[in-house]
Design a binder for this molecule. Structure first.
Ligand SMILES: Cc1cc2nc3c(=O)[nH]c(=O)nc-3n(C[C@H](O)[C@H](O)[C@H](O)COP(=O)(O)OP(=O)(O)OC[C@H]3O[C@@H](n4cnc5c(N)ncnc54)[C@H](O)[C@@H]3O)c2cc1C
Ligand code: SF4
Length: 328
């Protein structure tokens, strides 16, 4: 047992004050952090419980939604405006974990959940640069069926585990942050870092910086959006490949599109290249497949995960085809 203190933050200012103490960590639902503490992979000296901070889900002035960081995953997925205006987000959340975990997990915690790389969890026998910087990475030459084909480095190829973040990347969500220096806003796609030489540094957050909310911009065509997750079993499993997509068509031509991938990359992966390849072009299966190929041209498969390239290509194609609803 490694001792730690626990205190509940009354508000954001109180959380920042308590979070400034060396070794302090914010505690959301605890569904990831507490597991990692049990394994002694995370060893915070102080837990600052931030579940009492805003969990409200409300309209923004420009027609979007603002979701408090303490909102539980279930509350977001069940919210009427989320289900009708951003169905890919509701579906992504429901595709993750179990109902019990979603009832506990918060939006802030989901964004910062850590990888599920089995070598990361095995601190008895495995080398892992993310857990022990400079130690080496046993996944690269080891069993790497579930690892990344995009965004990896010679130091780390761990996949980002969140389903919710994939939909948020596609939507173009903005993360609201607070620190002693003030407030700032960051596109979700800029929150997570690629591993590079320092996979232990996973985000661009400063020490003690607090996530206060996630903003969904107005995106009317996201009403025609979905999330598909391909995994080894039907529930309670992380993605091998997942796709969040929204499609706007005009007489069979792609007017606008949003596409992001999960299960294949070291961070929630906005498929910018595929989006560019789709815009203004006919919405055909051949076009969808070519756009998927443009994104996956950068894929660097490992020994066991080459299947993800074709699986991703097929899943992207199928999801976009489904979204045409026969209109193409
Ligand atoms: C068995 C199991 C299966 C799972 N399956 C899936 C799945 O299929 N798909 C999926 O996406 N997820 C899955 N998860 C992960 C789950 O979604 C995450 O554990 C959860 O979202 C984390 O949220 P939390 O509030 O419990 O975070 P916590 O565990 O409380 O915290 C996680 C991290 O976020 C930080 N943090 C929390 N709140 C804030 C804040 N406001 N500001 C700054 N930092 C903060 C904490 O310090 C910590 O570093 C699974 C988890 C388990 C245990
Ligand atoms: S892939 Fe990353 S998390 Fe997994 S063992 Fe290698 S360094 Fe660690």
């Amino acid at each position: 047992m490694i001792p730690f203190t626990y205190a509940r933050a009354a508000d954001a200012a109180d959380a920042l004050r308590q979070g400034a103490v060396a070794g302090a960590r914010y505690l959301g639902g605890g569904t990831n952090l507490v597991d990692l503490m049990r394994e002694t992979i995370e060893r915070p000296g102080a837990l600052v419980d931030v579940t009492g901070l805003s969990s409200a889900i409300g309209e923004t002035d420009d027609g979007g939604l603002l979701i408090g960081a303490a909102a539980r995953n279930t509350a977001v997925a069940e919210h009427r405006a989320v289900r009708t205006r951003y169905p890919m987000l509701a579906r992504a959340i429901v595709a993750g974990a179990s109902p019990q975990i979603r009832n506990m997990a918060t939006v802030g915690g989901n964004l910062l959940q850590r990888t599920r790389c089995p070598y990361f969890y095995d601190d008895d026998g495995s080398r892992c640069n993310k857990r022990a910087p400079g130690q080496g990475c046993d996944a690269i030459g080891g069993f790497n069926r579930t690892h990344a084909i995009l965004g990896g480095s010679s130091a780390c190829v761990a996949v980002h585990a969140s389903d919710m973040c994939v939909a948020l990347a596609a939507i173009g969500a903005v993360v609201h942050l607070s620190s002693a220096d003030g407030e700032r806003r960051l596109p979700l796609t800029d929150l997570h870092r690629l591993p590079g030489d320092h996979p232990e540094i996973e985000t661009v957050l400063e020490p003690g910086e607090l996530i206060t909310a996630v903003e969904l911009p107005a995106l009317p065509f996201a009403a025609r959006s979905t999330y598909r997750k391909v995994r080894d079993r039907a529930s309670y499993a992380f993605a091998l490949v997942s796709v969040a997509a929204a499609l706007e068509l005009d007489r069979g031509t792609v007017q606008d599109v949003r596409l992001a991938l999960g299960g294949v990359a070291t961070k929630p992966w906005r498929a910018w290249k595929a989006e560019e390849a789709l815009k203004g072009r006919p919405a055909t299966k051949d076009g969808f497949r070519a756009a998927a190929g443009a994104e996956l041209a950068d894929a660097r498969p490992l020994r066991d995960n080459g299947f993800k390239v074709e699986l991703a290509r097929r899943t992207i194609t199928a999801v976009l085809d489904e979204l045409t609803g026969g209109e193409a």
